[in-house]
Write a protein that binds this ligand. Sequence first.
Ligand SMILES: *Cc1c(COP(=O)(O)O)cnc(C)c1O
Length: 372
Amino acid sequence: MVMDSHAQALVDLDAISGNVAALRELVAPSAVMAVVKAGGYGHGAVPAARAAIRGGAGWLGVVHVAEALELRAAGIDSPLLCLMAIGSDAHSAAIEAGVDLTAGSVDMVRRLAAAAADAGRPARVHLKADTGLSRGGATAADWPSVVDAGLAAQAAGRLNVVGLWSHFASADEPGSPSVAQQLAAFGEALAIAEKAGVTPEVRHIANTAGALLVPEARYDLVRIGGGIYGLSTLPGGPPPWLRPAMTLRARLAMVKRVPAGTGVSYGHRYVTTAQTTLGLLPVGYADGVPRAAAGLPLLFARGRRWPIAGTVCMDQLVIDFGDEPVAVGDEVVLFGPGDGGEPTAQEWADTLGTISYEIVTGIGSRVPRSYP
Ligand SMILES: *Cc1c(COP(=O)(O)O)cnc(C)c1O
């Protein structure tokens, strides 16, 4: 066990492989795209991608071209899609590296066609329809012209339209009428494109929540981010057969006895009520422990929960251990899969009014990820 840094994010790659395998079985015959954007949701993009491929992911997804090129540089040659279209991205480098790109506007289709001319080979393009999220993608009004532009560039040998796709607004809200509305809009967008002559390899709309809850949304491919890490945005968290892959822990850097009435940490927002033992944990908000966690019983040590005593600082926080016989070097778990009674990232999220994705992607870059 490597314990040489101030904190460790331990990533269980077998959990990632196992989650992908279980999801793949659930959605078969649809394929699984493992979304490893944002450094694999904080778990490490390259190790997460390799673990997902081992579990049977046929595709990978990232947001930016730079993220895609990092995977290619690591020797990963799976089908790989950039989910966002940004005009300034290095599209010709992506095309040369065999990375699929997205277009949701006529302008972006033309940019990709020009980048393909620079790259000297056709781009593989997924046309994106906005079916109701109102984020990226072409509106219903613009869709026919985006399809026509894609087909014109395809006829000119600049690109191949290999995918048609969209994204849900509320797939994690069971019963939301927007899901059926978006599915209907996606069906119309597909019909328009296919009638115009597009023959897509893959049609895709579902994220983790959509893949889990909306079988008719699975089409040819589901884009799973949170689920591969054992996380979800569903109320109540992920199904129990998905295993959270990340454990965040640190060791006490200092322990001291203080008298009753001692003010603790910035602003003295916590004051001891009796003689007690304070432990210093060398993680703070720069490491991803939200400042809003002050006072909350989200730390796990010696088989039980302990509250954060006072303000979470940039690099450290304090725990009031009472008369517990703690020592320098004792391990404190912030979150993990929950087996031993430690909180999960889902519990942190529920307590702080956010989603587990924000907790894991917020783990600071100075916390080393290790793969025991
Ligand atoms: C991030 C992302 C996903 C993955 O969403 P999860 O809820 O993590 O499964 C899928 N599709 C798009 C377009 C995304 O940006």
